[in-house]
Write a protein of this length. Structure first.
Length: 434
């Protein structure tokens, strides 16, 4: 068993130290299936793309699924935190493991490269929760960034330190292009209950994660605190407790915060200095915030949900489909549709879709006696809504809500080549076939 030692931290009581290296700490090694010069796995050239896919079949690769299964969360994770720590780009899956990161060919299941963090994970217990890596263009290359919660043991009379280690690797080779360590200041146990507010973390991700990057900034969150680091010099610019960043757009770090315990609002801060730029949708503590597409945030409201411009805080839409059974959560399909649902613990009362440009209401399904079954949504991508009902897996048309297919897979990650389904203690990967 593997366990990463980690103390909870809520509010900063002192200076935060940052150590940055632009090469070396992340040790990468080539796997059995190297990428081509342009970064595309050879297997991808043999696949037909289906955009979006509506059917899936098992592939015939010689590799195993073990590397993908390393992204599965510990058995001790709550239902809202069980999303595997895996990202998907074309036919490459990037996996956050206990010890580092792996790139896996999603067709053959062969490991392309693996890399270890500078600070090793502490080995004991049930394992630690992890967040998925972030594929992004960074320092002029296609990179993948990941963050880890780590503990550096003390020596002699020196105390140990809890840190976040942030790593950026070349997505083709696994070679390090950037790394950083952020020291944490721990909230004393007698104050933790007053400062800790679980529902701020609406997406369930408490683990350290790289939220967003651009040419100037790296935005990292861990638990309920956000950190912004200069992407060039590696210097820590600012931190904010009780603020969960979700986007970085046009120099604004936007997300959800708890201005006081039991309250919620959306807010934006200047990436360069942390100065407040806007706040909006001040509401009660059970409201949920989510990223609703590039430059857009969503927040549950007492009569539905609100879509807000992440740059300015201006309200773009307030559809108001009615009071929610569970808080609403929204996702962008990557092309033209925002899909929102009030799913919690696998149960869904309502789903609704909006046009991402005009904010026009497209369709909705609400649980009613004798009415349509409301799918538990697992993914939305390029005009398709993937999910499950008591009848099995289903795909809906994202623009009309009509049933489109009943596939073998209900993926949480999907693109034109493959789909990956979360099975709890493992993941299932299938090729797109139609």
């Amino acid at each position: 068993m593997i366990f990463a030692a980690r103390c909870r931290h809520r509010r900063w009581a002192g200076a935060v130290a940052l150590v940055v290296a632009l090469a070396g700490p992340l040790s990468g090694c080539s796997g059995s299936t190297p990428l081509s010069a342009d970064g595309i796995p050879p297997a991808a050239r043999q696949l037909q793309a289906y955009d979006p896919p509506t059917s899936f079949e098992f592939g015939d690769g010689n590799g195993t699924g073990d590397a993908l299964d390393e992204g599965v969360q510990p058995s001790t994770s709550s239902p809202t935190r069980q999303r595997p720590a895996i990202s998907l780009k074309d036919t490459t899956a990037f996996v956050t493991t206990e010890d580092g990161m792996k790139a896996v060919d999603a067709v053959t299941r062969n490991t392309l490269w693996s890399a270890s963090s500078t600070i090793p994970a502490t080995k004991s217990g049930f394992g630690s929760e992890r967040a998925a890596p972030l594929p992004a263009h960074f320092h002029g290359i296609d990179a993948v960034l990941v963050a880890f919660s780590r503990f550096i043991p003390g020596t002699g009379t020196g105390r140990g330190r809890n840190v976040i280690e942030v790593l950026a690797a070349d997505s083709t080779t696994g070679k390090t292009v950037w790394s950083a360590q952020v020291d944490l200041v721990i909230t004393p146990p007698d104050k933790e209950a007053l400062s800790h507010d679980d529902s701020l973390l609406a997406d369930g991700i408490r683990a350290a994660q790289v939220v967003a990057v651009d040419d100037q900034s790296v935005v990292v969150s861990d638990d309920e605190t956000t950190y912004v680091v200069d992407a060039g010099s590696g210097q820590l610019r600012w931190t904010r407790a009780d603020f969960h960043a979700m986007q970085l757009v046009d120099g604004i770090v936007a997300g959800a915060e708890a201005p006081t315990y039991g309250e919620r609002q959306l807010a934006g801060y200047g990436a360069s200095d942390g100065s407040p730029r806007w706040s909006a949708v001040h509401t009660e503590s059970h409201a949920v915030a989510s990223s609703a597409g590039p430059g857009l945030l969503a927040m549950s409201a007492s009569d539905g949900f609100v879509i807000v411009d992440a740059r300015t805080g201006a309200i773009r839409a307030h559809p108001g489909p009615g009071a929610y059974v569970h808080p609403w959560h929204c996702d962008f399909d990557g092309t033209s549709v925002i899909l929102c649902n009030d799913q919690l613990f696998g149960q869904t009362h309502s789903i609704a879709a909006l046009d991402a440009t005009s904010m026009k209401w497209l369709w909705s399904i609400t649980e009613t006696p004798g009415g349509r079954l409301v799918p538990a949504v697992t993914a939305v991508w390029h005009g398709a809504v993937y999910g499950r009902t008591t009848n099995g897996n289903v795909i809906l048309d994202a623009r009309t809500g009509a049933d489109r297919a009943t596939p073998k897979l209900a993926p949480f990650l999907v693109n034109a080549y493959v789909g990956i389904e979360n099975r709890g203690r493992s993941v299932t990967l299938m090729r797109s076939t139609g």
